[in-house]
Design a protein around this ligand. Structure first.
Ligand code: TYD
Length: 207
């Protein structure tokens, strides 16, 4: 089973993922936890180029292609082998982040970014995606409070950018009601975790 978590900055998805992974491992599931951009050495190097605060000159299409390149390597080297070995793969962000950030917020077009990514994914899609939906003002306020977390190039984009990201995620979720479960991320961490776990367990029983 391939599970992805998506959402804006400060939505709490990463904290939730850690709890979900710990729980599944406790239940003796073989779980591979990974993230995008990154997940393999080559993909992590591409990540460093994309998120480097110095790279303010990066063209939006270059950015989109780098995310897709990083994803390609991640799929081939890590995701597909793990899925073939029968493991549960959980990724902190995947294709929908490109659709929302590059397609929606950067204005390259969700359909265009979907097409570009087809070359990288060859049609691989998650079995289930959790979209952590939160008002960007609330999300960014959470990040500001969490002083230990590194602030990257995309975190410092204007609020309007994050509002576009959210609107794009909401549109993508609406178009993919079977795959994407929208989570109200303004709820308590405990409530969010329980909801996500319940949805995963439902699907594991069916599998
Ligand atoms: P990261 O520090 O991993 O953010 P988070 O903790 O919010 O997941 O940085 C990843 C950033 O890259 C984040 O701002 C979202 C962005 N991103 C894209 O714009 N497109 C993509 O395809 C992916 C995977 C991430």
């Amino acid at each position: 089973m391939f599970i992805t978590f998506e959402g804006g900055e400060g939505s709490g998805k990463t904290t939730c993922i850690q709890k979900v992974v710990a729980h599944l491992q406790n239940e003796h599931y073989d779980v591979v936890l990974t993230r995008e951009p990154g997940g393999t050495p080559i993909s992590e190097e591409i990540r460093n180029v994309i998120l480097d605060k110095k790279n303010t000159d990066m063209d939006p299409r270059t950015e989109a292609l780098l995310y897709a390149a990083s994803r390609r390597q991640h799929i081939v080297e890590k995701i597909l082998p793990a899925l073939k070995a029968g493991k549960i793969v959980i990724s902190d962000r995947f294709l929908d982040s490109s659709l929302a950030y590059q397609g929606g917020a950067r204005g390259l077009g969700i359909d265009t970014i979907y097409q570009v990514n087809q070359y990288a994914t060859e049609g691989l899609e998650p079995d289930v995606t959790f979209f952590f939906d939160i008002d960007p003002e609330e999300g960014l306020a959470r990040i500001a409070k969490n002083a230990g977390r590194e602030v990257n190039r995309l975190d410092v984009e204007a609020l309007a950018f994050h509002q576009k990201v959210r609107a794009a995620f909401q549109a993508i979720a609406k178009q993919n009601p079977k795959r994407i479960v929208t989570i109200d991320a303004s709820k308590s961490a405990e409530e969010v975790y329980e909801t996500v776990l319940h949805e995963i367990e439902k699907r594991l029983k069916k599998a």
